[in-house]
Design a binder for this molecule. Structure first.
Ligand SMILES: [Zn+2]
Length: 327
């Protein structure tokens, strides 16, 4: 079963999290199998995005959707993960053409989404109570480093993002196969605003705190993807941090665990169809006899027959009593 573990390093300004998505991740893949399955390297990327999205949402506890998107310039045009405040997640991707052949299911990031160096990663925070006209917050980072070198891993892109947009030193290890999507996050806790450290730190103290973070981040980066995927959380923490004083909180598991869930609904699809306009919908009906919309995230199909379709454009979208529906 999926689980999320939080821990901190006693007395040090460093915290961490480990997520393991199992049942929810497998369900996401199973639903996709029924339509157009993703190639193995893309399944890994989406698994890493799902794990990373859950870690980021759990980290900031945002009251709205956190959307992690990669706009690719390679065969993968778009990869997206969305995570709700209750850690319900969904992910999908759009591929145009073919992915190149891969060694045992692995392709570096740039081959899928950054062929010409124009790929971008965006993180959007869309508040639940967004006012009309209010824009969601969005931060965007390129898929290359400071020296324009392409980044091979999603974890490196997101470490960049956290430093640039949030000024947070972060170390991430991400991995996914068809059974598990998992991630380890280590982060320096920002000192500003922490009342207990109100007094200005001397430079020496600050260097000392950096050393603690650097040591722990280094230990974290020795975790292999294989270990992250196969070991249980207690074993990972013991192996990496056996010399540290780690406080491990009660994990989020069972009903509070991250899970796969889709927010699509017939009403949302109806709203999208209204946006296309009556003429467009009529021409689809003329051609196909009905409108059939499949959800890209969960595979659910929404069908609108000619009567349903006409109802979209009456007041409120509800077919009034006495109309053709009842005759
Ligand atoms: Zn859906």
């Amino acid at each position: 079963m999926s689980e999320l573990h939080k821990f901190l390093f006693e007395g040090l300004p460093v915290r961490g999290m480990i997520v393991r998505l199992t049942d929810g991740w497998q369900e996401l893949l199973r639903r996709r199998e029924e339509g157009e399955p993703f190639d193995a390297p893309l399944r890994r990327l989406l698994g890493e995005m799902s794990a990373a999205g859950v870690l980021m949402q759990a980290n900031i506890k945002f009251n709205g959707a956190l959307v992690l998107q990669i706009f690719g310039d390679g065969p993968v045009k778009l990869a997206v993960t969305e995570v709700q405040p209750d850690l319900a997640f969904r992910s999908t991707a759009k591929v145009v053409g073919e992915l190149p052949a891969s060694d045992n299911g692995h392709l570096p990031l740039e081959v899928m989404v950054n062929v010409d160096g124009k790929g971008r990663c965006a993180i959007t925070l869309d508040p639940q109570d967004r006012q009309p006209g209010q824009q969601p917050y969005q931060g965007v980072v390129p898929l290359h480093g400071d020296q324009k070198e392409p980044l091979h891993k999603l974890s490196e892109v997101l470490e960049h993002y956290m430093l640039q947009s949030e000024q947070l030193d972060t170390r991430l290890v991400l991995a996914a196969n068809d059974e598990v999507a998992a991630g380890l996050l280590i982060q320096r806790i920002p000192l500003e605003g922490e009342g207990n450290l109100g007094a200005k730190l001397s430079q020496e103290d600050e260097i000392g705190l950096n050393e603690h973070y650097n040591r722990i981040a280094h230990l974290a980066s020795t975790l292999s993807q294989e270990e992250l995927l196969t070991l249980d959380v207690d074993t990972i923490l013991r192996r990496l941090f056996w010399e540290e004083d780690v406080r491990h909180f009660e994990p989020m598991a069972g009903p509070t665990a991250p899970r796969f869930a889709c927010t699509c609904s017939r009403e949302r699809v109806a709203q999208m169809l209204r946006g296309l306009g009556a003429e467009e919908i009529e021409s689809i009906i003329a051609e196909q006899g009905q409108v059939d919309i499949g959800c890209e995230f969960c595979g659910q199909h929404y069908q609108f027959d000619p009567v349903d379709a006409a109802g979209l454009f009456t007041d409120g979208g509800v077919t009034p009593p006495g109309s053709s529906r009842l005759q």
